[in-house]
Design a protein around this ligand. Structure first.
Ligand code: FAD
Ligand code: NAG
Ligand code: NAG
Ligand code: NAG
Length: 547
């Protein structure tokens, strides 16, 4: 596929309208002549460039970028202002919660990103430092039964604890897939996680392009193959990869093992001990921004980023105000093609962001007084119980000509609770459960009614551009779009999680600090001096926090 030119070339025709909107005067706009100056042969006078950074996006990436900048400022004694823009009225982006029945006296539920794990050291550390509370992921119900549905029948069900706990111990798994497939897969996940952990060490890899970090972490083999190809080559039983592993790639990324690249596939499996923040993961991102002291503009859509020559500042123009602001540097912390932002600059200085499709995911959150899904739908005997954690595989389609499952996952998330943790009963005095369904298409009211036997209470539907479509690839988006303009979400086609967005932002902030302020994120780290400056055990060390 050929990449179209995504940046607007500054043409004279474009200038008058643009200049008209500017509420402030720049030398090259306020020239006496009414002629629009041409930047090509009329280089503007150098002017004072403010020590101010714009961050566009207040999700995991943008909020953590503000936090890292604050750390760098503190360590280097810099005087830098930071503005964070988000078009939403809330901080968190794809990480946000909703209340059942829209009732704030009830326990909220995650509508987007739900879980993180202990090796996600930035998230884990932030929860501790910010005095938040971690809870075991609520899908992990000890009495829960998990089933993998192929559109016609369950290829596997496990009793007792849920998918994210000690699922490898399940005798049924050994029975169906043998001993080697799970143990081999587990070893591969461990070695991937070990490489991942080097990102937190005192001298972590730093990169100006994604290809370079992929090769530093020795992940080229992972990103160049599908999860299916990778596990096949490692001699892992095909039934195991096409069923159990695929259940994980489908619930986490909405993609099948023969489509998704092996690195993201492996990340889907590294979900041991999954946790979330009580009250909502977005609180971590809110705290990142609060602790950073950055100024936040919510409800504010950025329309354009302009830099006409190296000697002038960036101009960030929003939809709502005619107060364009000037910046030394800009961090784009949102998927570029979804922002609608025009980047305007000298064409020769601009990098091109290749088109990046995202998975359109339908999330349906609902409450039901049905304690389990409709057994008849799953071709189980009437009166028997269907599992409360339903994962899916495409293997029924591939192997047995069954219909594609109508959903990617359907999970019971415990009772509808009050904030005090008590069961909240319906007007009819019935207890209710919260259920989350991921699907590729909208689920109609009739469908929901059939699945929960007419016992549906509250329903909320949300469509997300959830994560990139992740086929094997050797090419990634640029991290620098021009001098001073950095792109955090270039990392997403490699791995898309809350944690990795905080790592990608750390890398970008370090690069920005070096290039624009002759500073860094950390002063010489303890590994480099050989002198431990803290009592932290090596295991606890987190680069950027402990330096
Ligand atoms: C349903 C679902 C489940 C998921 N599950 C998990 C999970 O369990 N664990 C996990 O780690 N990850 C999960 N993810 C992925 C995770 O949500 C993302 O990887 C991560 O949150 C991305 O963070 P970000 O800051 O890069 O982007 P976003 O969170 O998308 O933030 C970008 C922000 O930029 C703003 N923006 C865009 N354009 C403009 C503009 N022109 N002007 C101003 N602001 C703009 C947006 O409003 C948005 O707030 C899930 C995602 C979804 C949708
Ligand atoms: C955002 O805009 C909406 C609609 O104009 C308004 O109701 C809301 O109060 C605004 N929120 C914030 C945080 O500015
Ligand atoms: C990527 O970065 C590496 C090392 O930082 C460098 O050698 C290489 O030339 C870069 N590649 C591109 C395409 O910019
Ligand atoms: C249960 O599902 C079956 C099969 O989809 C459907 O025919 C039936 O009407 C459902 N039961 C209820 C009570 O909705």
């Amino acid at each position: 596929m050929k990449s179209p030119v995504v940046f607007l070339v500054t043409t004279a025709a474009f200038f008058p309208a643009y200049a008209f909107q500017l509420p402030f005067k720049l030398p090259f706009f306020s020239s006496a002549s009414s002629q629009v100056p041409l930047i090509t042969n009329d280089t503007p006078e150098p002017q004072t460039i403010p020590n101010r950074i714009a961050i566009i996006g207040a999700g995991a990436a943008g909020s953590s970028a503000a936090f890292w900048i604050a750390k760098a400022k503190e360590r280097y004694g810099l005087d830098v202002d930071v503005d964070v823009y988000d078009k939403n009225a809330y901080i968190g982006g794809r990480s946000t919660t909703v209340y059942p029945y829209d009732d704030p006296s009830l326990e909220p539920h995650e509508l987007g990103a739900s879980i993180f794990v202990k090796v996600n050291k930035n998230m884990w550390r932030a929860v501790d430092e910010f005095g938040l509370e971690r809870v075991k992921f609520d899908g992990d119900d000890d009495e829960g039964v998990m089933g993998i549905w192929d559109g016609h029948e369950f290829v596997l069900t496990t009793g007792g604890s849920g998918f994210y706990s000690d699922w490898l111990d399940k005798i049924k798994i050994l029975w169906r897939y043998g001993f080697k497939a799970p143990t081999k897969t587990q070893a591969l996940v461990k070695s991937m996680v070990d490489r991942f952990l080097t990102l937190y060490e005192p001298s972590p890899p730093r990169w100006s392009n994604i290809t370079s970090v992929v090769s530093d972490l020795e992940w080229t083999g992972h990103t160049a193959q599908t999860m299916a190809e990778y596990l096949d080559l490692q001699g892992v039983d095909k039934r195991f990869s096409r069923e159990l592993v695929e259940a994980a790639t489908r619930v986490n990324y909405g993609q099948d093992v023969d489509k998704i690249h092996a690195l993201e596939g492996m990340c889907s499996l590294a979900a041991n001990g999954a946790a979330s923040v009580k009250g909502g993961n977005w609180q971590v991102f809110e705290q990142f921004i609060a602790k950073s002291g950055a100024q936040v503009f919510l409800n504010t859509t950025v329309k354009s980023i302009t830099k006409l020559s190296p000697s002038v500042p960036f101009i960030v123009q929003t939809a709502t105000s005619n107060n364009a602001r000037l910046y030394r540097s800009v961090i784009l912390a949102a998927p570029y093609h979804q922002t609608g932002i025009k980047i305007i600059g000298e064409p020769s200085s601009l990098a091109t962001v290749p088109p990046q499709p995202y998975v359109r995911l339908h999330v349906t959150l609902l409450s039901t007084s049905a304690p389990t899904p409709n057994a008849t739908y799953f071709n189980l005997q009437a009166g028997s119980k269907a599992p409360g954690t339903l994962l899916t595989t495409h293997d029924g389609v591939r192997q047995r000509g069954h219909a594609e499952p109508e959903f990617n996952s359907l999970t019971y998330h415990g009772h509808v609770l009050t904030k005090e943790g008590e069961k909240r009963l319906t007007a009819a005095g019935e207890e209710e459960w919260v259920v989350k369904i991921f699907s590729k298409a909208r689920l109609t009211d009739e469908w929901l009614s059939g699945m929960f036997e007419g016992k549906v209470g509250w329903v909320l539907r949300k469509e997300w551009d959830a994560y990139p479509v992740l086929p094997p690839t050797m090419e990634f988006p640029p991290v620098k779009l021009m001098d001073g303009l950095y792109y955090v979400n270039a990392f997403e086609p490699l791995i898309s999680t809350m944690e990795t967005e905080t790592i990608a932002s750390r890398n970008v902030v370090e690069l920005l600090m070096q290039e624009q302020f002759d500073a860094g994120l950390c002063k010489t780290s303890l590994a480099e001096t050989g002198e431990p400056e803290t009592e932290r055990r090596k295991d606890d060390f987190v680069y950027g926090w402990d330096c």
